[in-house]
Design a protein around this ligand. Structure first.
Ligand code: SF4
Ligand code: SF4
Length: 470
């Protein structure tokens, strides 16, 4: 039975509730009156229930769809302003005991080179990332208790935080590792991680069991209940996501929102971020083998409807997507993007071997090019990591975000970290564009005192000081 407060996956991601939601949305996709009332409700910036959001997703009335897109953009600006946070993935190990049929790292793929970075190699990778200008990483590993135990992950996090290189340092390490125990989540928390990220892949249990035929990940309930264990272990920022293309997108969309509602109902905090990856080509993987791929228009609609349904949740898009797609969805609610990414183990320090990547990257531009592109569109690239370092996590963060107060931190921090980037890493062209942007944007900081402090600190950054934050 559907119960968002239940701790059992089958109850809070209840199949019957999803099917009823989809029927309800289908029946109302042309119901102008209902859709208009839902858009009005969404304008209050308090989010929507999964049934309501599913109706908007299905809406086929062109002028109302336009309004949905417009509202998504407005909500994004209200909560996060024009800043876009930058990050990079770092692959530590591609050993994996699971059999996920859509991933080249699945255990039966015998021709992909397997690799696990030594601590020295991690250092080289991190220095290469620092030399690009990154401050925020997402660690990625396959699941393998022998080759990649939790102690290795913990040691790696320690190594990463300890590296200082010129003006570079990694200030926030997010972690994307397999579902694990409360005890291990506690250890990750103690190691100082930012967000714990785990993609559900698909919320459809029947499909999930087929797509994950072997290995510990086959256990759908254990996987789906992972965020509850993470929160029990003290991690209060969790990142959800599905791999669009595995199952029907309407099902996934509804499941994702039900998961967010469950976390909010039980822990008082919804997901910190939602990622929206689409399946990509990779070694041994042909995306056409999955016939649920979604076109760019549908993808844009999904992003807009998630933005409206959970306005306070950060939304992430990776370099899986092309420049054109990224540009389109940036306007619809994306708040974090990766840049200059490599998706293989050891890909930053050495030339990437294409056949050991987890997926093909579509956007292959350098971080500098991505930063310049964002500036050109009027977005402020941000290397900010302030919240978790200031203890603004979980419900503390959410209450600041929901009230819109986080904006008082985001823009100042974006400008100060961008300034650091421009001085330390940018090409002359990017530096020029960025400095002009900072001059313009600093004047838009609403609070006079904050504006004065930021101007002062920008001057100090010019003189060599680093790491200011609000
Ligand atoms: Fe392993 Fe993750 Fe790939 Fe599955 S998706 S095979 S768990 S690395
Ligand atoms: Fe993110 Fe907080 Fe920095 Fe804003 S101030 S960009 S929410 S870390």
């Amino acid at each position: 039975m559907y119960d968002r407060k239940s701790m059992k996956a089958d109850d809070f991601i209840n199949h019957d509730e999803i099917m009823e939601t989809l029927s309800y949305a289908e029946a109302n996709k042309n119901n102008r009156e209902l859709i208009e009332s839902l858009i009005e409700k969404a304008k209050k910036r308090k989010g929507l229930e999964h049934r309501e959001a599913a109706v908007l997703l299905d809406c086929t009335i062109p002028d109302l769809n336009e309004e949905i897109f417009r509202l998504a953009n407005e909500i994004k600006n209200d909560f996060y302003g024009n800043r876009i946070v930058m990050f990079a993935p770092l692959y530590l190990s591609n050993y994996c005991v699971n059999g996920c049929v859509y991933c080249p790292y699945h255990a039966k793929n015998k021709h992909i080179p397997r690799k696990k970075l030594t601590q020295e190699e991690i250092k080289q990778e991190v220095i290469a990332l620092m030399d690009m200008g990154h401050k925020r990483l997402a660690l990625e590993t396959g699941e393998d208790p022998v080759n990649c135990p939790i102690d290795y992950v913990l040691e790696s996090i320690k190594t990463i935080y300890s590296i200082k290189h010129k003006n570079g340092e990694i200030r926030r390490v997010n972690v994307n590792i397999a579902a694990t125990t409360v005890e291990n989540y506690r250890k990750l928390k103690e190691a100082g991680i930012g967000t714990y990220i785990l993609f559900q892949e698909t919320y459809n249990k029947e499909s999930y069991l087929k797509l994950h035929p072997t290995g510990p990940k086959h256990d759908y309930n254990y996987h789906t209940e992972a965020m509850d264990r993470a929160m029990e272990g003290g991690i209060d920022d969790v990142g959800c996501g599905v791999l669009f293309g595995l199952e029907l997108y309407r099902y996934e969309f509804t499941g994702l929102l039900m998961h967010a509602e469950h976390l909010e109902a039980v822990h008082g905090v919804g997901p910190h971020t939602i990622s929206v990856p689409r399946i990509r080509r990779a070694d041994d993987i042909d995306p056409s083998a999955f016939d649920n791929g979604i076109d760019d228009d549908t993808f844009a609609k999904i992003v807009a409807c998630i933005r409206i349904a959970v306005p306070y949740t950060g939304m992430i898009i990776s370099t899986r997507e092309s420049q054109a797609t990224r540009e389109r969805v940036l306007h619809l609610g994306i708040s974090q993007i990766s840049g200059g990414s490599r998706t293989s183990v050891g890909g930053y320090a050495e030339e990437e071997e294409e056949d050991s990547s987890q997926f093909e990257v579509s956007d292959r531009r350098s971080l500098d090019e991505v930063v310049r592109w964002l500036i050109g569109m009027g977005y402020t690239p941000s290397f900010c990591t302030a919240c978790y370092r200031e203890g603004r996590t979980g419900d503390r963060f959410m209450s600041l975000c929901k009230s819109g107060q986080i904006q008082n931190c985001c823009l100042p921090n974006a400008l100060m970290t961008l300034k650091e980037y421009l001085i330390d890493y940018a090409s002359p062209e990017t530096k020029k564009a960025g400095d002009e942007m900072i001059l313009r944007e600093v004047e838009t900081i609403p609070n006079e005192n904050a504006r004065r402090i930021v101007k002062e600190r920008l001057g100090l950054i010019e003189k060599g000081e680093r790491d200011f934050r609000f």
